[in-house]
Design a protein around this ligand. Structure first.
Ligand SMILES: *Cc1c(COP(=O)(O)O)cnc(C)c1O
Length: 222
């Protein structure tokens, strides 16, 4: 059962992150908690802002553009992350609206983001998303394609923060988190965006630098 007030839910998640970090001999402040606010109204988001949470994530460019300008005006130090699949024709708007983009997963998108960043003179940090469980319909580049995509992204001067993945549902996620951590290390990347409501503690013990938590902060999505 989730505690019913947002402030207690936030404190509970932060405590769990700190505990997992300690277990892995890591510092709790090495982990950024991204509150995934997709489908949530401004009225549901405001209590978390009031409780001190400043990093949020959305999965749709359009929804974020509708919801966040007013919220960011009230809380200007908010940082907004894009965690959903991104179409190349939305790259321009994504670069304008987000501080970090977690779903860079193919060559055409790297090119579109590079052009948008050049035009706007704004360079959101980027995570390359890896299809870590090699699933048919899942976003993310194939593990075998990662070296080439990373080389292209570096050549295009995208600021690459690290790797992101969503492990297959209904399986033990730890081996996938460990694999993502190994891939990042092998490619000289330090950022690891992994772990959601059901598995962020495991992800933190395996090196996550960014956890993406929705349900445990907001309750079940309707
Ligand atoms: C919705 C979503 C999350 C958060 O999921 P919860 O299970 O609600 O914590 C994390 N990452 C991505 C990519 C998502 O789309």
């Amino acid at each position: 059962m989730l505690p019913d007030d947002p402030e207690t839910r936030l404190a509970t998640v932060r405590d769990a992150i700190a505990r997992s970090a300690r277990l892995a001999d890591r510092k709790a402040d090495a982990v950024t908690l991204i509150a995934i606010s997709k489908t949530r109204s401004a009225g549901e988001i405001e209590p978390l802002l009031a409780a001190g949470q400043r990093v949020f994530g959305e999965n749709r460019v359009q929804e974020a553009a509708a919801k966040w300008p007013a919220l960011r005006e009230a809380w200007p130090d908010t940082r907004l992350h894009l965690v959903g699949q991104l179409q190349s024709n939305k790259a321009e708007e994504a670069v304008a609206s987000f501080d970090v983009i977690h779903s860079v997963d193919r060559s055409s998108l790297v090119a579109a983001l590079a052009r948008a960043m050049e035009r706007q003179g704004r360079r959101p940090d980027c995570f390359l998303q890896v299809n870590i469980g090699d699933e048919e319909q899942k976003g993310g580049c194939a593990i075998d394609d990662l070296p080439a995509l990373l080389a292209q992204a570096r050549a295009a001067h995208l600021p690459i923060a690290g790797l992101m993945a969503v492990p297959p549902a209904d399986t033990e996620p730890a081996p996938y988190f460990a694999l993502l951590a190994t891939l990042a290390r092998d490619h000289g990347l330090t950022g690891l965006s992994m772990g959601m409501s059901g598995d962020y503690e495991t992800a933190v013990t395996l090196g996550a630098t960014h956890v993406r938590v929705g349900t445990a902060l907001f309750g079940e999505r309707g």
